[in-house]
Write a protein that binds this ligand. Sequence first.
Ligand code: KIV
Length: 266
Amino acid sequence: MTKKVTVRTLQKIKDTGEKFSALTAYDYSTAKYIDEAGIDLILIGDSLAMVALGYKDTTAIGVEEMKIFTKAVAKGVERAMVVTDMPFMSYTIDIPSALTNIGEMVKNGANAVKLEGCNDYILELIKRTVQMGVPVLGHIGFTPQSQNVIGGHIIQGKTDEDAKHLLNQAKQLEQAGVFAIVLEMVPEECGKYITENLSVPTLSCGAGRFCDGQIVVCDDLFGKFSDFKPKFVRKYGDMKSLITDCASKYNKDVKSGKFPNESEVY
Ligand code: KIV
C-alpha cells in the first residue's frame, strides 16, 4: 500500500535537511499523473481562477468552484498531501463561516487548507482550524488575494526590516499551529533567513533555493498557460504547442476525410 504524505512526513524532510516537492493541480488526470511522479504535496491553488477558468485574478473564484476542483483532484491522488487554497472572502468574514467553508473542503477530499496572510484574526482562525482537526498551510510574502492593497505583483521582504517583519509573521503562524508556510516572491536571502529560523518547513514560490520545498503552478511548469510566466518558473515542457499541434492535425484529418479510418469505426 502507498504511504500517504502527512504533516509528519514533511516535518521529517525538513529535520533531515532534505527537500520536498509541491505542484498545483486542478483536475483528476493531472493530479493522478503528478502523484504517480512522486510530488509530495498537491495544491488546488486559487490560481485555477486564471489558468483553468480564465478569470483575471484570484479574487473571482468562490467556495463552490473550489469544492468541485478539490473533489476532482482528491479522486486522482493516493500518496501526496492534498491541500485546498481557501478562496478570497471565504475565510475572512467571521470564524464560524470560515470553519464551515474549511470543513466543506475537507468533506470534498482535502487533507489540509491554505490561508493567506497573518493578522490577529488569521492567527485565531488557524488555531480554531487546527483544533477542528484540519492542518493549515500558511502563506506570506506576496499574497495574491491582497494584490489590490499591495499595489500589484511586488516582491516582498527586500529590506532587512521587511525580512525581520516577515520572520516575525512566520513565527506567529508557527505558534498558531501551521504545519508549513508558503513564502511567495521574496528575495532568496529572505527565504533562507526565515527557513533557518523556523521549526516548521518553508515552501518557496519564488523564494529561492534555501527553502525546504518548492511549489509552482502546474500549467506554468508544463508550458500550458501562456498569458504570463513568472521569473521563478522553469518550463519543463511545451504543452501549449502539443495541444495546438494535436488539434490542428485532427482538424486537418477530419476535414480531409482521413479521420476516422477503417479501424476506428464500429
Ligand atoms: O494559488 C496558487 O497556485 C498558489 C501558489 C502558492 C502556487 O497559491
